[in-house]
Design a protein around this ligand. Structure first.
Ligand code: EPS
Length: 362
């Protein structure tokens, strides 16, 4: 099995390598009649792209989407939607040394062990470049979810290294290159990132993603749980080492009386569950967080071995992200939207006739 596809009714298959001629995806199962144009991909792809600030990789890709199929006269036809983005700013000579060795903490080693061959240029298939197509596919999912159900998916950086938001304002998130919810802290983040870059090191981050407007009932027991599928989708993002739904690991230290979300007819009084109970949405906001590791492509020398089996010291040069979490907010949103879209269609297929059941918590 190769596992480059996911989803059951709304499926997304991605293909391509970081330094190959192009990357792309095929979306299958999209309902017909959704208006979509190539220009609609620009906003989210721009939010995710490299080179937008000095704090990310300086590779400059146009990330212009070509719609190859599945759309006729501006509307989806129900047939597979193929999207293509051509790579234009590869600098493969940066990877000359890496071709002969393995970056400590990178998939270089595990791809080699698995396949016995690898495309080292730009990290090949293991590169975060692949996430471009997840974000592109999710533009379709986000639009359908918003139009059909009023669902809104948005995210923010929730921790950068040791720094946590002092305040919270959704309006601030799109106004700075970090997706940070407290505008007053942006100078502190810039100073931190400048010093980090100068040191040649990298740092981890936490991203939180929230979907509002999800109706109750999406998700399936037992092996198709909404939180299970979300965890799998979010964990599939490059560099993710942890996923939390709602209170996540904080639940370990909580009492039942604290953790439960009490119910009144006019609403739940809290949302420790992150909008999911028994693998099925409650109608509250679906909330998930991811932990992203510090990137392994750093200038600090580290011990490794080369293809000849000799000990070597590795220093990774090139245009790398000192904190990949800075660009991960649109990617986390994308995976949340793709999972929700799949579950919306799955719920409609089996339980579309059930309708609204009373009592419903507002
Ligand atoms: C990446 C390494 C860099 C990043 C790349 C992700 O690639 P390169 O060395 O070719 O510049 O620029 O990110 C993107 C190109 C992108 O679009 O996200 C890695 O190792 O994951």
């Amino acid at each position: 099995m190769s596992s480059n596809a996911f989803g059951k009714l709304f499926t997304v298959t991605t293909f391509g390598e970081s330094h190959g001629p192009a990357i792309g995806c095929v979306i299958d199962g999209c309902p017909p009649g959704l208006a979509i144009g190539a220009e609609e991909f620009r906003h989210d792809l721009g939010r995710r792209a490299t080179g937008k600030s000095r704090h990310t990789s300086q590779r400059r890709e146009a990330d212009e989407v070509e719609i190859l199929s599945g759309v006729y006269e501006g509307k989806t036809t129900g047939t597979p939607i193929a999207l293509l983005i051509r790579n234009t700013d590869q600098r493969s000579k940066d990877y000359g040394d890496i071709a002969q060795t393995f970056r400590p903490g990178h998939a270089d080693y595990t791809y080699w062990q698995k396949y016995g061959i690898r495309d080292p240029r730009g990290g090949g298939r293991s590169s975060a470049r692949e996430t471009t197509m997840r974000v592109a596919a999710a533009v379709v999912a986000k639009k359908w979810l918003a139009e059909r159900y009023g669902v809104r998916v948005r995210g923010h950086l929730a921790q950068l290294g040791g720094i946590v938001p002092a305040g919270f304002d959704w309006a601030a998130v799109e106004q700075n290159p970090f997706f940070w919810p407290d505008a007053a802290q942006v100078p502190e983040l810039e100073k931190y990132m400048d010093a980090l870059r100068k040191s040649g090191d990298s740092v981890g981050a936490r991203v939180t993603v929230v979907a509002e407007g999800v109706p109750p009932g999406w998700g399936e027991p037992i092996y198709g749980k909404l939180d299970g599928d979300l965890a799998s989708a979010l964990m599939s993002i490059n560099a993710v080492k942890g996923v939390e739904i709602g209170d996540g690991f904080a639940a370990v230290a909580q009492r039942g009386s604290e953790h439960r979300d009490e119910m009144r007819l006019d609403g739940f009084t809290s949302n420790h569950a992150g909008g999911i109970l028994g693998g099925i949405s409650t109608g509250q906001a679906v909330v998930a967080s991811i932990a992203l590791k510090p990137t392994s492509s750093i200038l600090i020398p580290g011990h490794s071995v080369n293809l000849a089996g000799e000990p070597v010291e590795v220093v990774t040069k090139g245009r790398h992200d000192p904190c990949v979490g800075i660009r991960a907010t649109p990617i986390a949103e994308a995976m949340m939207a793709l999972v929700l879209m799949d579950h919306a269609l799955r719920h409609r297929a089996q339980c579309g006739d059930v309708g609204e059941v009373q009592p419903r918590i507002a």
